[in-house]
Design a binder for this molecule. Structure first.
Ligand code: AMP
Length: 376
């Protein structure tokens, strides 16, 4: 299957070629034709499957087709995302794919001054990407009107609910025109997700790709048993392998992330921590450094890592085993994206064994144990 078989217009196909994407991913193949037909969609897919392009491409095409209607620069598509990182990544997608079309977009999220965002909104935008809190804030101040929205995307709905955004989402939906296209994406189809989906979707088409527990198959996984106090030395040992050019290291706490980054820097390894206590500017700088490879190791907590999207990330290291098995799958899903292979290593102390057991149960296999290391 080629992108051109999906009825995508030339400027979009050209933008995809520029990105080096030759074939649609399964979620794109399944979703794009339905979205182009104007249908509502329930997409069960997690980050890493190419889901952003699965909604961004057809929305851009539909907006382009209606350009003559002279509704330029009023918000016609609203994309709601749980975190600023994800909102920024969605925006980057709209920028990359839409650059030949002259469709404007703007991103609003909290934690930074609203003034530049308001200035952008005043110029007029066709596509708005937003996190719920700041969106409502700007709506209440009268800077954003949603009465012309024709396409509404709720991205990572499961995380929205985890993060307690349900009431905010309901308030936003109440302001949307009843007649609209709604696309709903979630990594799971848990009952509370389905309940929300059923209230906002109208005769949706359902598409689904690799459920959480099976995405792990593309990633080579291993576990290192190690005493808690030796994890630092084990990390140094593991990173002495120059094949690891670039790795995302996970810790359970913000404090832990800072400590690991500090330790790495003192060992001469360029590392930065990102977590919720860092300013937006610091997080963006760290992410940029990681993407342009001036920083070798990014140390992150689970919340901060949500939506981190780094092309060709080869290694994920679980410095601490997460308490939730699903979190493990989300973490290792940062590598092995869009069909490429990845490597995930986990450092497991005795007290973390029960978490490891849960993970093995969820992924339905026992992660291979590496015993040939000096801190076994
Ligand atoms: P997403 O699930 O939207 O976060 O996308 C995951 C990653 O796959 C991102 O780095 C995308 O840029 C990339 N990607 C999206 N579509 C394709 C494609 N058709 N071929 C290769 N990579 C893609």
């Amino acid at each position: 299957m080629e992108f051109s078989n999906l009825r995508l217009i030339k400027p979009l196909v050209m933008a995809l070629e520029k990105k080096g994407y030759t074939h649609p991913t399964p979620i794109q193949e399944q979703a794009i034709p339905h979205v182009l037909d104007g249908k509502d969609l329930f997409g069960c897919a997690q980050t890493g499957t190419g889901k952003t392009a699965a909604f961004a491409l057809p929305i851009l095409q539909l907006l382009d087709a209606k350009k003559h209607e002279n509704k330029n620069r009023v918000i016609k598509a609203l994309i709601l995302a749980p975190t600023r990182e994800l909102a920024l990544q969605i925006s980057e997608n709209f920028l990359a794919y839409g650059k030949n079309l002259g469709i404007s977009h703007c991103t609003v999220f909290g934690g930074v001054s609203q003034n530049p965002q308001v200035a952008n909104l005043r110029r007029g935008v066709d596509v708005l990407v937003a996190t719920p809190g700041r969106l409502l804030d700007l709506m209440n101040q009268g800077f954003i009107k949603l009465n012309n929205v024709e396409h509404f995307v709720l991205d990572e709905a499961d995380r929205m609910l985890d993060m307690g955004f349900i009431n905010d989402i309901k308030k936003v939906i109440a302001k949307l025109p009843v007649k609209r296209q709604t696309l709903f994406f979630s990594a799971t189809a848990a009952p509370d997700i389905m309940k929300l989906a059923n209230t906002i979707l109208h005769h949706p088409v359902s598409v689904s790709v690799t459920p959480v527990s099976s995405t792990a198959s593309l990633v080579t996984q291993s576990v290192y048993y190690v005493k808690k106090e030796n994890k630092r030395s084990l990390l140094k040992f593991v990173l002495s392998d120059s094949k690891i050019e670039h790795a995302l290291v996970f810790t359970r706490t913000k404090h832990g992330a800072d400590k690991v980054a500090k330790d790495l820097n003192s060992m001469g390894v360029a590392a930065e921590a990102i977590h919720g206590n860092k300013s937006q500017g610091a997080r963006e700088r760290a992410l940029k450094g990681f993407k342009n490879r001036t920083i070798r190791i990014l140390v992150a907590t689970d919340i901060a890592s949500r939506g981190i999207d780094v092309d060709k990330l080869t290694h994920v290291i679980n410095y601490e085993i997460p308490e939730q098995a699903e979190t493990y799958v989300h973490r290792i899903g940062r590598t092995g994206r869009a069909g490429s292979t990845g490597i995930a290593m986990s450092f497991c102390a005795k007290e973390e064994m029960p978490y490891l057991k849960d993970i093995n149960k969820l992924i339905k296999k026992n992660i291979e144990v590496v015993s040939t290391h000096p801190f076994n």
